[in-house]
Design a protein around this ligand. Structure first.
Ligand code: PLP
Length: 377
């Protein structure tokens, strides 16, 4: 149990024990299947915790030049990099920091491949199997008109010299059964090229650490896939699965207001600044000690401290009347939430910390006025 009195408010707090539980599960899948499982930085980049990750996994995946540099300098190994579009300015640094580079289009491959020759970099191309079970368009990489990947009809029968792998990402918080169906589509459309490649990266979205995920089914699927194509190195690059339910955002009530019978507790955090995926998806996060819904005597909206009218969510039902200064803890606020924050309105950015397995608070970062100022000019 986190001792919140040892942390400032607001603060993102990751729990080492919960992280290690996820990492142990992922390592087990890796070892039993022979599949490489790497961390997608886009979901999580709290680099001071990377030494813990390195006890379980060897690599990470980057989607930009900064993430690639973070891989090399802080994760301590070169990145598997995929970006929708590389630029001449960034590509030399991308090469310095990457062991694998996946291109989004043949045009990008043709533009940059020659620079990678002789550099010990394995290049690949992103494929689009035109099948995804993701229903929210914001997260569906196969929606009609998508800018991601090349469809099978546009891929030449003989791959251009230098393409050694296929990269494919079609999942989001998905089950192994969705992967099973996706594999049928990938193999139906692209297996004709498999003899020409060395690796197949099945992207992220494999939420193997969710309580109801059928891990044994995933292991079976991956083992059978490897048996069908023994020469292929299979790679998964989940993000969320690593830090799923490993920590919270703790905040405090600053005021309680009422309008037309609706009570709002205004917090020292903001949905739009510090939990933007709640508004984007949208989804209502769990709050410790409260029920989602409007049943009960103590029903509140929770409001952010920005001036955006829509910076609130609701409703939550509490078992008591909320008081100024009271702690409000949002659960499962580590994956994606932390990496997507901003400093809109110049309001305090939550600190970042770890609750160690020994029961100690490690404060990794506190934000200051200068962090806000220096982003602005
Ligand atoms: C190319 C790619 N790889 C990996 C991931 C990580 O996915 P997730 O965090 O859902 O596992 C994403 C997420 O958008 C992605 O776009």
């Amino acid at each position: 149990m986190i001792d919140f009195t040892q942390f400032p408010s607001p603060c993102y707090i990751m729990e080492e024990e919960l992280l290690r539980k996820n990492l142990g599960l992922i390592q087990n899948v890796k070892e039993r299947t022979g599949v490489e499982i790497i961390l997608a930085f886009k979901s999580f980049a709290m680099w001071r915790s990377f030494p813990i990750f390195r006890e379980y996994i060897d690599h990470s995946t980057a989607s930009s030049v900064y993430e690639a540099r973070l891989a090399l300098e802080e994760f301590g190994s070169k990145a598997h990099t995929y970006s929708p579009a590389y630029t001449e300015r960034d590509f030399p640094e991308i090469m310095r920091c990457s062991s694998h580079i996946s291109f989004n289009s043949l045009a990008q491959f043709n533009r940059f491949y020659s620079m990678t020759e002789g550099q010990d970099i394995s290049c690949g191309i992103r494929i689009n199997p035109e099948y995804s079970e993701v229903e929210t368009d914001l997260y569906n990489p196969c929606a009609p008109g998508t800018r991601f990947g090349i469809t099978a009809d546009l891929l030449p029968e003989i791959l251009p010299q230098g393409i050694e792998g296929f990269h494919c990402h079609t999942h989001c918080e998905s089950s192994s059964y969705e992967l099973e169906k996706t594999l049928l589509h990938i193999e139906e459309k692209f297996s004709g090229w498999f003899s020409q490649i060395k690796w197949l990266n099945l992207g992220g979205g494999h939420l193997m650490t969710r309580a109801d995920y059928d891990v044994e089914h995933l292991i079976g699927l991956l083992c059978k896939l490897k048996m069908r194509y023994p020469h292929l190195q299979i790679i998964l690059e989940p993000g969320s699965a690593f830090t799923w339910q490993t920590g919270v955002l703790t905040s405090e009530i600053v005021d309680v207001v009422e309008n037309r019978g609706i009570k709002t507790a205004i917090l020292d955090v903001s949905f739009t600044c510090h939990m933007p995926d709640c508004l984007e998806m949208p989804y209502q996060p769990a709050v410790t000690g409260a029920e989602i819904g409007d049943k009960g005597a103590f029903v509140y909206r929770l409001g952010g401290s920005s001036c955006l009218s829509g910076d609130y969510m609701g409703n939550w039902s509490f078992d008591h009347e909320l008081q100024i200064g009271e702690r409000i803890v949002f659960e499962d606020m580590i994956h994606y939430t932390m990496v997507k924050t901003n400093m809109f309105n110049g309001i305090h950015h939550p600190a970042i910390g770890l609750w160690t397995k020994e029961g100690k608070a490690e404060i990794y970062k506190r934000f200051k006025y200068e962090d806000y100022r220096d982003r602005m000019s």
